[in-house]
Write a protein that binds this ligand. Structure first.
Ligand code: SF4
Length: 330
């Protein structure tokens, strides 16, 4: 756990100073012999998440001042939710709070992951072609295989032009052993479409997410999820790609229940889309990008479909389902 977390949120000097002071106090509290969070493995992450949340809330200008470090120690606040309840009483709309909590926490988890160098190779790029290749592969195979195929393809065809002009047999050869050889033609076609339409896609992005999604989905191997991922990371539009990971994390963390049985495609579910909308309300772009990374990591490493590993999950303190599980396990 690093000592400092850099957040991509615009703050003024006064707020920065407050945060610095708060972090010092929170760290002291975390190291005290009887930390109030001792049931949780991720205590320090949670403390940083709290600080981050304050930043997020202040950045959108809709919150009263957070309690001072002294007040914090006196109150022995135990969860993010308790903070929020206080803030809700102080006038922040209660229905929005859990979303801000989750978003602030996810942003911190995403930010820590980037700092530690976690995640697949495409996490550090905003290049449309590279992200297109990554998502086109990921949607159709495992992470391990997608990573392998991605490295091979990018090493051989570093640009969209290179792949667009490659013979299908060569691309199939590069993909041999990854289980993705059948995708060769579509990938070539997709690369050609990207190359032709990059300029017009940039112009469409100015019109907004709906138009951009529509145009992106005309490219082979681009569905709802990939369109959102490209819009978020390559075109700088705030959105959250919805897959099984997002579905589980959103439903479990915000509602405290499993996603509806039989719901395969989150894009067809009004409730899930509403949760996403609330989560992203007034979100800065970088926060949304970090939240996406965090959801992927949490979904893969902790929030498993059958047996969620709440005891190691970094957002356990902000997750309703984890709270319920803790309550009923006693
Ligand atoms: S705390 Fe548990 S249920 Fe909640 S997001 Fe993490 S793993 Fe999933």
């Amino acid at each position: 756990m690093p000592d400092r977390v850099r957040l991509q949120i615009r703050v003024d000097n006064q707020l920065r100073e407050q945060l610095r002071e708060l972090l010092v106090r929170l760290r002291t509290l975390a190291h005290s012999p009887h930390p109030p969070f001792r049931h949780w493995g991720s205590i320090r992450e949670s403390l940083v998440a709290e600080a981050a949340l304050r930043l997020v809330m202040q950045a959108i200008g809709s919150t009263p001042q957070p309690p001072s470090p002294q007040e914090l120690e006196e109150q022995s606040v135990t969860t993010l939710r308790e903070f929020l309840e206080e803030w809700a009483e102080a006038g922040v709309a209660a229905s929005i709070c859990p979303y801000l909590v989750l978003r602030g926490s996810l942003a911190v988890v995403g930010s820590l992951g980037i700092k530690k160098g976690d995640g697949p190779p495409w996490r550090h790029t905003s290049d449309i072609y590279k992200l297109y290749v990554a998502e086109a592969l990921l949607r159709r195979t495992t992470r391990k295989r997608a990573r392998e195929a991605y490295k091979k393809l990018l090493a051989r065809y570093p640009t969209a032009s290179d792949l667009a002009s490659a013979p299908p047999t060569d691309v199939r050869e590069v993909l041999r052993g990854t289980g993705l050889t059948k995708r060769a033609e579509k990938l070539i076609e997709g690369a050609a479409r990207l190359k032709e339409s990059e300029k017009s896609l940039r112009a469409t992005a100015e019109e907004g997410l709906v138009s951009l999604r529509r145009q992106l989905k005309e490219i082979p191997l681009v569905g709802d999820y990939t369109a959102d991922a490209l819009a978020l990371h390559s075109f700088g539009l705030v959105t959250l790609p919805l897959d099984g990971n997002a579905l589980r994390v959103l439903w479990r963390a915000l509602k405290g229940v499993e996603p509806p049985q039989g719901l395969r495609d989150p894009y067809r579910d009004t409730e899930t889309k509403l949760m996403r909308k609330k989560l992203l309300m007034h979100s800065p772009l970088r926060t949304a990008q970090l939240a996406h990374f965090a959801i992927l990591d949490i979904g893969w490493d902790h929030c498993r479909p059958k047996h969620p590993r709440c005891d190691t999950c970094p957002i356990a303190m902000t997750c309703r389902l984890a709270h319920f599980r803790l309550l009923y396990s006693k």
